[in-house]
Design a protein around this ligand. Structure first.
Ligand SMILES: [Zn+2]
Length: 275
């Protein structure tokens, strides 16, 4: 081979290498940094809202038995928080934390934060943080919008306070490469939508996670979001028999870098976010 020809082919080879390298570098920052490790198919997150009494008395023991993770979003639901037949007391919420569940912030009084000014949002969140602190509970990193009430101001407060993620509605799967961590979508269960929820569970694949929002099991005070215990049992059996991985929101930090996601993704309020 003529020495010049060798030179030319090395040059060509290097041009191809450089092109591949550039393409890799363009691709990696988006994918490589938000996703810490591949999200297995059949990953489901269970979240329970409003600090309902049945969460402590009925739900938590059933989840524990199966080794399922879950997030409990607690508040002092007005006006009947003090009624122990309807709501958990703080000792019970503390117990959930001790049992290894994630206990997280749903504001002091189930406030429609999306309609409030910054000072009021801050006060509503701080009350729960201080309560956790005084009871030596794990500091909350997750938030859920009461009544799916949200605004850019709430997102600012969450950021200032160092929250990693916040759960909304929207009845669609969570795609960590597309959904902003402060606008995680979920489906809400009620006594009439078992078929919808079963269909939703089928969408936990190809990097998408299904998050369920569950109220009381049963919910005596808010019958429109009631999940009957027999129905809940069927969900648990289905998840077990079909080898789903059932986690809390916090356990997703094993797979997702929420801080990176927050920096890279736009908070899009035009997507469906309410149930
Ligand atoms: Zn709520």
């Amino acid at each position: 081979m003529h020495p010049n020809m060798l030179n030319v082919s090395i040059k060509h080879f290097c041009t191809i290498c450089a092109a591949i390298l550039v393409l890799l570098l363009l691709y990696l920052p988006v994918n490589g940094q938000i996703i810490k490790q591949t999200i297995p198919d059949k990953t489901v997150v269970l979240t329970f809202d409003d600090g309902v009494a049945s969460h402590y008395g009925h739900v938590a023991p059933l989840l524990k038995e199966r080794g399922f993770g879950a997030t409990f979003f607690v508040c002092e639901f007005p006006p009947n928080f003090a009624d122990s037949t309807l709501y958990m007391n703080w000792r019970q919420m503390q117990q959930l934390d001790k049992m290894g569940f994630e206990v997280a912030n749903h504001t002091h009084k189930h406030a429609p934060v999306g309609k409030l000014p910054e000072e009021d949002i801050t006060r509503e969140l701080s009350y729960i943080e201080n309560k956790f602190d005084s009871l030596e509970m794990t500091s909350p990193i997750s938030f859920a919008y009461p009544g799916y009430s949200m605004s850019p101001t709430v997102l600012q407060v969450l950021d200032q306070k160092g929250y990693l993620l916040a759960r909304a509605g929207g009845s669609r799967p969570y795609n960590p490469l597309k959904d902003h961590p402060y606008l995680l979508p979920s489906w809400a269960t009620d006594s009439g939508n078992e078929a919808t929820i079963m269909e939703a569970l089928q969408q936990a694949k190809n990097g998408q996670i299904v998050i369920l929002t569950i109220h009381g099991v049963p919910d005596l005070e808010h019958p429109w979001v009631n999940t009957p215990p027999e129905m809940f049992q069927r969900y648990l059996d289905y998840l077990t028999e079909n080898h789903f991985r059932v986690l809390s929101l916090k356990q997703l930090t094993e797979f997702i870098d929420f801080k990176q996601a927050g920096k890279k993704l736009k908070a899009d309020f035009d997507k469906p976010l309410r149930n």
